[in-house]
Design a protein around this ligand. Structure first.
Ligand code: SF4
Ligand code: SF4
Length: 187
């Protein structure tokens, strides 16, 4: 029984001179090559040019601040419990008097670390967080690291820059219902 139509009968007929010089095959190959010159290029000049990753891309984690610039994370640990890769660890601390402008609630994460070698970018930490504190950015890759000590991302790499806030503001797709915005952060 014939499964596909790709099988060919082997021919023992004498090759012509052109065939012996591979001219038809070379012409065919060149035609394919030249036809690609006029097609839209599927590749881009990365990293000079960066492709839009899409609204649901899960990239670099960010620890969000609230609308007053205070850290939202309360070190409840739910993200760490939800993480299937056990990539998240933290140390909780109590907010001291005078630190109300830094941390939103009485408890905060003095240490918050994600092991990027373990992380599988599933986004479950984002879903588990009741404070809308941890997000996976849709617009930023985790950078390449070459040293083993660089794989632990601490608060210095995770807490968002107060002057460069992250908002998932893709005009094509509506924001997720739980997404905080600069003007109206959820509580
Ligand atoms: S994205 Fe998934 S694997 Fe990575 S830290 Fe969050 S829960 Fe863990
Ligand atoms: S990021 Fe969210 S879930 Fe994780 S410890 Fe902070 S508040 Fe809790």
């Amino acid at each position: 029984m014939q499964l596909t139509n790709r099988s060919k009968q082997v021919s023992n007929k004498e090759m012509t001179l052109a065939e012996k010089m591979y001219l038809p095959a070379i012409a065919q190959g060149l035609a394919i090559t030249f036809s690609h010159l006029f097609k839209k290029r599927p590749t881009i000049q990365y990293p000079e040019v960066k492709r839009y990753l899409g609204p649901v891309f899960r990239g670099h984690h960010v620890l969000k601040r609230d609308e007053e610039g205070r850290e939202r994370c309360t070190a409840c640990g739910l993200c760490a419990v939800a993480c299937p890769a056990e990539a998240i660890s933290m140390v909780a601390a109590e907010r001291q008097k005078g630190e109300e402008h830094l941390y939103r609630e009485e408890k905060y994460a003095a240490v918050y670390e994600i092991n990027m070698l373990r992380c599988i970018f599933c986004g479950l930490c984002e879903e588990a967080c009741p404070k809308q504190a941890v997000y996976l950015r849709h617009d930023k890759f985790v950078p390449v690291f070459t040293e083993r000590e660089d794989v632990i991302f601490g608060k210095n790499k995770l807490v968002e820059d107060v002057n460069n806030r992250y908002v998932r503001n893709n005009p094509e797709v509506k924001a997720t219902p739980t997404e905080p915005t600069l003007s109206g952060a959820a509580t």
